[in-house]
Design a protein around this ligand. Structure first.
Ligand SMILES: *Cc1c(COP(=O)(O)O)cnc(C)c1O
Length: 419
């Protein structure tokens, strides 16, 4: 068990935290696993694994429709998880939390429902050039259908959104700004609060892609004053297959359903069908019940964790990684934003990122290499991709050091002539 919120004097106990994540304790290619691919997906604590297992062994049943004991229990736990998710992001009402498969589906929901019925020829959607493909492609698809246009917002060489360029592009034609809270490719923490206010000044709605942020920082949708907020369970220590679209109630209740089927209807007849209210009108079909319950367990886990201590520990890890990267001959950091979280993206001069990743893997170190679903950004930097080490609170300073020890070996293997 973790010990709950710690007092200011108790140091963050990373070994106790690691003991909650069984997957971390294993050998890979003859070396202890160093898992530095948390931006792709995070590992799950025992509490989450147990919650999923308990559901399938004890009360697996469909929700909202069965008049029997197991169905009641499953429905109760499923809806309790929605309450947990609502509290987690400080939603005014629980009905504003819509279950999706993840961030990607949440954004597609907004594109297919809100955007498809609110955008027209001449309208604009602004998207920063560093966004994840999940926050670019759905807008392109709906733009094609509606005659609207997707305009990239420039990103500086340091990997920050160019706010002056954003402001210059803002006028009443802009109906939506879709922006990530934290970049998965570079770790840039974007000034979303400023961007939301700027968008609202011209009457635009603002959607925040929170896929990376939820693992690193508390999120308060009311303080942000955003219109939509999307995130995935699996990047915040919960299961895959479940995520959340949060929306402003006035927008959600005016939006048409986007998928038809069970759960989302009130009555069905061939003369016409009527739909449920929020949130069910956007949840066609049997949902990922175990996933929602597992995400609820992940939220419980985070609430019981010393989150301030965890954040300070993560900052220390990233600072140490950045310091070592900057003093490592031949390593070039990609993205040097003032505010970064969780991610070190880099290149080893003369080596392809994929080769670096493969040789790190041989030493038990899991990183991601490639374009990180942000091809427009890689194109802007004229690079094929990067090596990305991404951190969670269960990583250790020793693991950061082992990354760079391994990188020294990689360099000797790939570039024996370089000192
Ligand atoms: C992972 C990620 C997504 C996509 O999330 P899915 O869980 O794959 O739907 C979108 N945006 C960002 C910033 C991400 O990191």
């Amino acid at each position: 068990m973790n010990s709950g919120p710690a007092s200011a004097t108790t140091p963050f106990d990373v070994e106790a935290v690691r003991a909650e994540f069984p997957i971390l304790d294993q050998q890979v290619n003859g070396h202890p696993l160093v898992y530095l691919d948390n931006a792709a997906t995070s590992q799950k604590p025992k509490a989450v694994i147990d919650a999923i297992c308990d559901y399938y062994t004890g009360y697996n049943s469909n929700v909202h429709r069965g008049a029997h004991f197991l169905a009641d229990k499953a429905t109760r736990r499923f809806e309790q998880a929605r309450h947990k998710a609502a509290a987690f992001i400080n939603s005014p009402r629980v009905e504003q939390v819509i279950w999706t498969r993840g961030t990607t589906e949440a954004i597609n929901l907004v594109a297919n429902s809100w955007a498809a019925s609110n955008l027209g020829p001449g309208d604009r959607v602004l998207v920063p050039a560093l966004e994840h493909h999940s926050n670019i492609v759905p807008w392109q698809m709906v733009a094609q259908r509606t005659g609207a246009r997707v305009h990239p917002i420039a990103v500086t060489g340091d990997g920050e959104i160019d706010l002056a360029a954003l402001e210059a592009g803002l006028d009443e034609r802009v109906k939506l700004i879709a922006v990530g809270h934290i970049s998965n490719a570079l770790g840039t923490v974007n000034p979303v609060q400023t961007i939301i206010a700027l968008g609202h000044n011209v009457g635009a709605k603002v959607l925040i892609d929170g896929a990376q942020a939820v693992a690193h920082t508390p999120v308060d949708v009311q303080a942000l004053d955003c219109d939509f907020y999307a995130f995935s369970g699996h990047k915040m220590f919960g299961p895959t297959g479940i995520g959340v679209l949060w929306g402003r109630e006035s927008l959600l209740s005016a939006m048409p359903p986007w998928q038809g089927g069970g759960e989302m209807i009130e009555t069905v007849s061939f003369d016409g069908t009527t739909y449920q209210g929020l949130p069910y009108r956007f949840e066609a079909g049997t949902p990922d019940i175990a996933g929602a319950i597992g995400l609820g367990a992940a939220i419980d886990y985070l609430n019981a964790l010393d989150r301030a201590g965890a954040a300070a520990h993560e900052t220390a890890l990233l600072d140490r990684a950045i310091e070592q990267a900057e003093s490592f001959p031949g390593v070039q950091r990609i993205g040097q934003a003032h505010q970064v979280a969780g991610v070190l993206s880099f290149l080893l001069e003369g080596a392809h990122p994929a080769d670096v990743g493969m040789l790190l893997d041989q030493q038990g170190i899991a990183v991601r290499t490639g374009h990180h679903c942000a091809q427009p950004l890689m194109t802007q930097y004229h690079i094929p991709g990067t090596v990305r080490a991404s951190f969670a609170f269960y990583n250790t300073t020793d693991e950061v050091d082992r990354l760079f020890e391994a990188l020294t070996k990689v360099k000797h293997m790939l570039l024996p002539e370089v000192k």
